[in-house]
Design a protein around this ligand. Structure first.
Ligand SMILES: NC(=O)c1ccc[n+]([C@@H]2O[C@H](COP(=O)([O-])OP(=O)(O)OC[C@H]3O[C@@H](n4cnc5c(N)ncnc54)[C@H](OP(=O)(O)O)[C@@H]3O)[C@@H](O)[C@H]2O)c1
Length: 346
């Protein structure tokens, strides 16, 4: 076989405190080639990348000096972006990795990659019937684990309690909505478009509203008080949720999507309510909860998905050339479901 194009998406420049610009801060590059048959493996294995995950935190890797948490290092200039992905092994000289195996792990944004070892790679033995391997970067992967581990660790949910979930149609939020329903709770869901609101209802939300059109405070006042808040966005809706919180409410602070592209984060002004209402605030990173909750997640979530008890929706972007647009969609709320780049069909 003669060499074929091995396209990549390179990180070019730090975007400052605004949204990244495609072709300036990240750029599609098709200057490299790979020969899948003859390129030397040197004891490693050749992976054809099938799916790459687009997550809001990628924006936080575009900050010079990095984020406060050690696990989030800045991308290297002129190197491919890196994130969770699913691939299939084409050739292998590695004792544990066989050609034809599917795997999930951190993969570069490029079509083919030779990995020298299996660090950070998980082999996928099987998948639930009728479900794409891409689920392993969504509901069966990091976002699903985030929802599952955060919910089981912190919610202390009791049937009949009221839960408020923001970005409720997204990769994490949609799983939380369904776990809250499985726990017997009433769910109030917010999302940023009519389609997303409708979807939140179809996966079980009792009350769903469009935060861009409806008044979050009024809805929470009418439908609350809130016993559990799962917050993916921060900012004004978090402030409104604190005002609508019940005594002893649990706030699970998962993300702050409304702040990722702004130079000056929104300052929540009513934190004193943590004292008066004896609210518990839990910020967490899924990696810290993985050792405790990962094994049960791997056992339970495929079963829930196969049984249709946890549904999921993917927002597919076809081709690496559109990776920058996919990232912008996630940062602006243009994604409807888990954002996945389909790099190649099998
Ligand atoms: N703590 C952890 O370990 C961990 C792990 C994974 C993810 N997270 C966080 O969890 C959150 C959800 O992640 P995801 O992967 O499921 O993403 P997602 O919900 O699929 O996509 C992000 C969503 O955030 C909402 N959003 C964007 N800008 C916003 C703004 N200015 N105000 C309000 N909402 C805005 C949009 O939804 P609407 O259109 O519905 O507003 C957008 O679709 C993110 O904050 C992410 O960083 C944390």
């Amino acid at each position: 076989m003669s060499p074929i194009c091995n396209a990549r998406v390179l990180f070019k420049e730090f975007p400052g405190s605004d949204y990244p610009v495609v072709d300036q801060h990240l750029a599609y590059d098709d200057s490299q080639t790979v020969d899948p048959v003859t390129d030397p493996l040197d004891g490693g294995f050749l992976v054809k990348v099938l799916y790459l995950s687009v997550d809001p935190y990628l924006r936080r890797r575009m900050t010079p000096g990095g984020a406060p948490e050690e696990s989030i290092q800045p991308f290297a200039i002129n190197e491919p972006l890196v994130n969770y992905g699913v691939g299939v092994v084409l050739r292998s000289e590695h004792a544990k990795i066989k050609a034809g195996s599917h795997l999930v792990g951190f993969l570069p944004f490029q079509e083919y990659v030779i990995l020298p070892n299996d660090d950070g790679i998980t082999l996928l033995d099987s998948k639930p019937d009728g479900i794409s391997w891409s689920a392993y970067i969504g509901v069966l992967g990091m976002p699903g684990l985030t929802a599952y581990s955060g919910w089981n660790e912190f919610s202390r949910a009791k049937p009949g309690e009221t839960v408020f979930v923001t970005a409720a149609s997204g990769a994490v939020g949609a799983v939380v909505v369904q776990l809250a329903k499985l726990s017997g709770c009433k769910v109030i869901a917010s999302a940023g478009s009519e389609d997303k609101v409708e979807y939140a209802r179809t996966i079980g939300a009792d009350v769903a509203f469009n935060w861009k059109k409806d008044n979050t405070r009024e809805i929470l006042k009418r439908e609350g008080p809130i016993n559990i808040c799962w917050d993916n966005v921060g900012g004004e809706s978090l402030e409104a949720a604190l005002d609508a919180a019940a005594s002893h409410a649990r706030f699970i602070i998962c993300g702050s999507a409304s702040n990722y592209n702004t130079g000056t984060p929104y300052n929540v002004k009513n934190l004193q309510l943590l004292i008066w209402k004896e609210i518990h605030f839990y910020g967490f990173l899924y990696l810290s909860l993985q050792p405790k909750h990962g094994p049960a997640f791997l056992r339970d979530m495929p079963r829930h998905v196969a049984a249709g008890e946890v549904k999921f929706k993917e927002h597919l972007t076809r081709g690496l050339a559109r990776a920058g647009d996919a990232l912008l969609d996630v940062l602006r709320g243009g994604n409807f479901g888990k954002s996945v780049i389909v790099v190649a069909e099998e």
